[in-house]
Ligand binder design. Sequence first.
Ligand code: PLP
Length: 487
Amino acid sequence: MGRLVLSCRSLAQPGVPLDEPSEWRFPEPVLFTLPKAPQTAPSAEFLPEGRLTGPLGPGAAGYNVRLHLHRGLAHIRQPARPPAPSRPMSHSHRLPKDARFETRAIHAGQGADPNNGAVMTPVYLTSTYAQKAPAVTMEGYEYSRTSNPTRTALEENLASLETGNWGLCFASGLASTNALMDRLVPGDHVVAGNDLYGGTYRMFTKVFERYGIEFSFVDTTDPTKIAEAMKKETKYVYIETPSNPLLNLTDIAKAAEIAHAGDAQLVVDNTFATPYLQRPLELGADIVLHSLSKYLGGHSDLIGGALIGRDEKTREELAFYQNAVGGCLAPLDAFLVLRGTKTLGVRMDRHCANAKAVAEALAEHEFVDRVIYPGLPDHPQLMVAQAQMSQPGGMVSFELKGGVDAANAFASTTQIFTLAESLGGVESLVEVPPSMTHASIPAEIRRAAGLADGLVRLSVGIEHSDDLVADVHQALSQAAKVAGVTA
Ligand code: PLP
């Protein structure tokens, strides 16, 4: 009779591969000998032909050795550890239905990777996906312009934050707007706010008007102006609230009512507020638009855009243009936005607190003509702000007594506020919109909408508020000197 000795180490150490090959062939039945009982003895199980000598105890945690002997063939198998109570890998599927915003920001759309448990959503840097058979995909992915797992995670995350049913991510905020406009045909009409981001205005007037789409730019802070501009061809009412850079607010619920009465969809650019402060879908909007390049990314390190909504037919049409036109978000940028949304709540609380401190400091300063901040008592739509936003946001605009020269001097002498376009990053930025972000709007149209040539816009970051206020004070003194005023 042959004899097989199993080493203690082989048997006693969970997870350590057996020392010997896991299969032996013998001419005859074999006597198995277990040497000295390991501390945590394995359990063993034999087919009738086998025999066992040596002690047997309860299975060591997670480790069983199963010995099979059949017609002279000995198999030693190390089955998997006893299964732990199983938990689904995707947190999204386990999130309680009533999980709050901050919890959803961190978990929605994301879960441990089912292949290896990676807690952070991997950056799926792949353009294509292996298929099981022609046109039979493994997980529905075939080409990354159409869809990519990192982008899917972000799309689900944003849908959850805006309380929508779907999200679609694009290469920029403007690529999102472009996808919306791709649905229109010549003769269609859009009612749009008259102080939109300059790039949006440029796209409407320089690109889509050429294709026969008609736009009416109106003061959407007054709902009657929206209603008066509606036509039977109107397909969208398109608003920014707060608007860029005048921080005008539009009553979203009223705008939705007017749009729907005319069979149009309400699109809300929610870039300035973010879903942490305002959720337009809950107020009746049909589609929310974001420049992800701003607060949602939050670190000024990417360009991206998103559309979020509830209606499935709208999603299908927009997903068609996302794929057919191709302005989709790259996986690495999707990953960066996912990292940004995790801290959105804490960042926005700080942006808002700092913006309030800066706005109040400006309002008290004699060299400042006008401060626009939806949290100040003199903001013209204060009631709307209080009704539809949980806090007034991180953006502040103002005009100085010295006009455009003083504005340029202020923007050139800040030390912590960086003179740069864009907004919504952790760092504070200053700009003069008429010559920078809104230069693409003709001067007479800008002025008619109330955008003075000397307007200064601040994106208040999350540095210490005392440092920011001190920086504003020193830059005001410099600007006053340029204007020949002592301040
Ligand atoms: N919407 C608003 C309110 C913006 O401020 C901007 C850009 O500044 C955009 C849309 C366009 O976004 P992006 O620059 O990501 O294309």
